[in-house]
Write a protein that binds this ligand. Sequence first.
Ligand code: ZN
Length: 251
Amino acid sequence: MKIAILSDVHGNLEALTAVFQDMRGRAVERIFFLGDAVGYGADPGPCIELLEKSAFLFVAGNHDLAAANDQDRLECFHEDAATAIRWTRGTLAQEAKERLRRLPLEWREEGVHLVHGSPYRPDRWEYVMSAKEAERGFGASDSTVIFVGHSHVPAAYIEVERKRLFTGVIRRIRGADPASLRLEPPFRYLLNVGSVGQPRDGDPRAAYAVFEPESGRYTMLRVAYDVERAARKIRRAGLPEGLAERLKTGN
Ligand code: ZN
């Protein structure tokens, strides 16, 4: 079975549509979504709808919950992010917010763990950007494969040897494009699938991953989309200019 793992769409319908198109060509059978359907981009409602319709599993991101909870004071967000969340609150239907509020923070099934930030206290939205943070994530999970998003930077960490009950030596794998790995037991993997709607690794193309549990094959993919159109919609919505500009550089 081919499973696509997507994260951080952030209201970018152009990027999401392009990824769906790409998935069709790869005969993907199931979609796991790691959260942040909304925030930053101009199409939060349509993105939620498309993901709800197609994703087999959908866990909450910090922007999803902040946009769904009007009383959240947004202290943890940068200025542009907070502005976009306030705008998103005004745009989303109440029913959509209710559905976002009901999303689970994580999902564990058959050796696979899905979470937006880190398995370590999912409600704290910790980033996994270093071996140390990956170690903390491995320590909070007993799954063989952990999929995360949140940082918008694709990354792969492998636990090559267990020292203690749960964590061991963690290495970061640096990969080519498209990076392909074969996930093999007894090793464990923590994989950041990057961001569909607002990549921050210097490559403006949408990022997502395909995983085949039977063979262990994991592939990171990039998909070009109409960045100009997504940026234009952000401007037209009156959202901060920086949110439109950063789509072009992928930073
Ligand atoms: Zn995000």
